[in-house]
Write a protein that binds this ligand. Sequence first.
Ligand SMILES: *Cc1c(COP(=O)(O)O)cnc(C)c1O
Length: 406
Amino acid sequence: MTDDALLALARALDAQDPLARHLSAFAEAPGVDAYLDGNSLGRPLAATPERIAAFVREDWGTRLIRSWDEQWIELPMRLGDRIAEVALGASAGQTVVADSTSVLLYKLIRGAMAHDPGRTEIVIEAGNFPTDRFIADGVAAEVGAVVRRLDPDPVRGVTVEELGDVLSDRTALVVLSQVDYRSGALADMRAITAAVHDAGALVLWDLCHSVGVVPIELDASGVDLAVGCTYKYLNGGPGSPAFAYVRSGLQPSFRQPIHGWWSAADIFAMGPEYAPASGIRQLLSGTPPVLSMLAMQGMLDLIAESGIEAVRAKSVSLTDFAVRAYDELLVPLGVRLLSPRDAARRGGHVTIGHPDFRDVTQRLWADGVIPDFRFPDGIRLGLSPLSTSHEETLRGVLAVRDALAG
Ligand SMILES: *Cc1c(COP(=O)(O)O)cnc(C)c1O
């Protein structure tokens, strides 16, 4: 296929895209030709600057400390419920916004290890995101547990069969990512959760690379625990807080380890002893970062308006088109596909590999084409569905081709 034919195809797909009208909802980025890193840092909405300015003027500047009573105290739970409703397939009262993903991983893994002290093993993927592995290792050292590592094919991801080989009556907790941050492999949440439960263990799903792009059914899948980022596909901005989910049936017996005044039954009792809150607020520890919770609210509205199924349909169309462009333009240059070819097994990004990609990425960034580089030689094309067009995707793949060829 010629470049022109690919361009015509991209434009035809954009013309049919029912969500294309939302592209203009995002702030312009002068000098950026293709932003293909929305899976690491989502773009700001055009409305975000005014949202933040109005907050400073009114909620903070005028209502002042009265805003805590009027709206901020409940915000971590209200926003958690909103994420749950729009993107997690979870009913209210199970999700809270707080901390970073790393800190919430600590709270949930530590809490899970205290849940059934007779069980002493944590199962995690050897290739899981570093913070997930490091925190599991740290908790294991703290409580005298053993970490068992799964080492599945990195492009295919974890299967129920492989998991079956390591599960036993010693397994306390299994920590997995729904979408692999490198390959984009999409795990079978429902089947894996059922297998973990058959072994009598708890499961903790990391949703950082799936929330806002892949439909998730936490309640229907029977998931125990989950965490996720809000600065990737939820466009909350750099360092926006994470969210944690604890299944309602588990909450009465679940205790997280960082007991702060915000975890307590009565925040303002100021009493001598700690008593945990009965609901999901127990997951909080200290004062929530209200300012950092603003930007994601606009994105959640946009996803709700679009419908997560439609967002997923566009995501599949974008990643399928990226693979098509890869086949046409990059296979002849010796580039490898490091993501599943079958869209049903893939999340929102496509990873490709070539020994020159470290240098290529530096040149692309200088030219305003922004994918990201993952060691040792992968480029991830992160195609955030609401802010990315097929034509922009093609500009990115053409730029990779030109940088390799030139
Ligand atoms: C992005 C990401 C994180 C990030 O954790 P932070 O505490 O927000 O830095 C953690 N786990 C996975 C799988 C991720 O993709």
